[in-house]
Design a protein around this ligand. Structure first.
Ligand code: 87F
Length: 509
């Protein structure tokens, strides 16, 4: 058909449309998708420019999370970007393994600094000297701070936009309590907020769990996380972490307080963070061969309205109808935009908005107008909606436009989560033996296995799965543990010893 041919030519000329397929070359596909309008490459390896199309997503999540932590009486603050070496290295154990990733400023202009200063890779050592200063008595507790900032970690393994970059944005929460119970409770409260960011906003199913001794933050007592899974690559990805630091840092930084009875005590601390990595996980999970697919809750444009003018039709009437539609939707709190550019065809615009992942497209054209034409005055009462997630089309009445668009957006949000959950669940494999484990790993599965919970055994698993794809490691032990018939003698998949818990395993980012 002539029409079809024309479309293809248009694509070639303009370079619209992806050259890689998600299932065929995931790495190139990802890079092409994020390079659309989210990311621009920068001349320093591992650093990326976040353009408005990705920053908008970050800001929407930020508004939600910031309001939620304010409800928990956590206050925002800002600490400096620089750390002196004496402070950074105060907590030796904590920094030891990370030292190669710390970036240093050694010069100003042409002269060497007397003492080099580090750029924060995280802010425990930046903040805790001041916790020590500010906390005196039990009335100063709890101290609950958060900051939205950037951090720098000079990674050497291959950088990936959002997923692994040398500078990234995050929030870091740092809190101190009089009792361990209060700290424990907050760890889980924050973890629940992270689950909600993934499931309610990004439409990505996650597993809440506890990290193994090997995978936890070495400076802390225990680490919880939300874990997502990328079916295409068969890799788990740590979505966010909430740590109970115990009293390790309190000891180092002398964060002491006097209780009601005048007795000396040490505070219990937590730290927790989620980062712009969330955006990368979203792209990987929902994107398709046409480009990005944005869940409505995080899309800075939820609905794009495209006029479809036609030779004899009243073009101005169509454009006005588009503007009016956007106005109606905007007034109802829906993030809508029209695309009235006159130098692109409707088809070209469709492709571009599809590539950008806008959840819903509304087309307004003469066909729709013709249905309700009153002589020389044109009334638009009918519009066509096209869903980004499944391409389905529906004509909707203009008199309850808002209601119907809201319903459609809710359905899209839910369908994306359902589809992602179905794919994730299909990737989960329960194994009992080492042979089953190896098979499942080769099939890119996320593996749930009974484990003895011994560090030596995890080391051994890493060793035995080493290869060019990267070793397997424990992802987390789900907080919701399936039944483990202990008496019945469930044994560890890797060691054959009695199993203590169910744990997820896999390759990971
Ligand atoms: C890299 C260089 C130096 C991770 C690093 O997860 C230090 C570190 O301490 C480092 N990479 N970490 C662990 C961060 C722990 C903790 N910090 C606050 C979090 C949540 C937010």
């Amino acid at each position: 058909m002539a029409g079809g041919k024309k479309k293809k030519e248009v694509k070639k000329e303009t370079g619209l449309g992806l050259s890689f397929k998600k299932d065929e070359n995931f790495g190139e596909w990802y890079s092409e998708v994020v390079h659309g309008e989210m990311i621009e490459y920068y001349d320093i390896s591992g650093c990326y420019i976040l353009r408005p199309w990705s920053m908008g997503i970050w800001e929407i999540m930020q508004v939600f999370f910031d309001a939620e932590i304010k409800k928990m009486k956590i206050k925002n603050c800002y600490f400096p970007l620089f750390v002196s070496s004496s402070v950074l290295e105060k907590e030796k154990d904590h920094i030891e393994g990370f030292a190669p990733e710390v970036a240093w400023v050694t010069k100003s202009g042409k002269s060497d600094l007397e003492i080099p200063i580090a750029i924060r890779p995280t802010s425990e050592t930046v903040m805790y000297p001041y916790f020590s200063k500010w906390i005196r008595g039990h009335r100063d507790l709890p101290l609950k701070l958060n900051q939205w900032c950037n951090v720098v970690r000079w990674e050497f393994s291959n950088p990936t936009p959002f997923i692994r970059s040398r500078e990234f944005l995050w929030q870091e929460g740092h809190t101190a309590f009089a009792t361990k119970e209060e700290a424990d409770e907050e760890v889980l409260q924050v973890l629940e907020l992270y689950r909600r960011i993934y499931e309610e906003f990004l439409a990505i199913p996650v597993i809440k769990g506890k990290k193994s001794e090997m995978e936890k933050f070495a400076g802390g007592l225990y680490t919880t996380s939300v874990e997502a899974f990328i079916p295409n690559t068969g890799r788990g990805v740590q979505g966010a972490t909430s740590h109970c630091l115990g009293q390790n840092f309190a000891k180092m930084f002398e964060i002491n307080f006097e209780n009601e009875k005048g007795e000396k005590g040490m505070v219990w601390q937590n730290s927790w963070a989620y980062s712009t990595r969330t955006i990368g996980v979203m792209v990987m999970v929902h994107g398709d061969d046409k480009g990005l697919v944005l869940p409505p809750k995080v899309a800075s444009v939820q609905v794009v309205v495209v006029p479809v003018p036609y030779k004899d039709a009243d073009t101005q009437g169509i454009l006005d109808a588009c503007t009016a539609t956007v106005e109606t939707l905007s007034e109802a709190g829906i993030r809508a935009e029209s695309d009235l550019r006159d130098n692109y065809s409707p088809g070209w615009k469709y492709s571009q908005w599809e590539m950008k992942g806008v959840p819903l497209r509304i087309e307004i054209g003469p066909k729709d107008l013709a249905n309700n034409q009153v002589r020389d005055r044109i009334l638009v009462v009918c519009v066509r909606c096209v869903r980004r997630d499944n391409g389905s089309k529906s004509d909707i009445k203009r008199d309850n436009l808002v209601e119907q668009v809201k319903t459609l957006l809710d359905n899209i949000q839910q369908s994306l989560l359902d589809a992602a959950k179905q794919k994730r669940d299909a990737s989960v494999q329960v194994v009992k033996t080492w042979d089953e484990f190896k098979d499942a790993l080769a099939q890119k599965k996320m593996i749930l296995a009974p484990w003895c919970d011994e560090e030596e055994v995890e080391k051994d698993v890493k060793e035995r799965t080493r290869g060019e794809m990267g070793a397997a490691k424990s992802l987390c032990s789900p907080l919701e543990q399936p039944e483990l018939p202990e008496g019945a003698g469930t044994i560890c998949f890797a060691s054959g010893k009695p199993a203590k818990k169910w744990t997820y395993w896999g390759r990971s980012y």
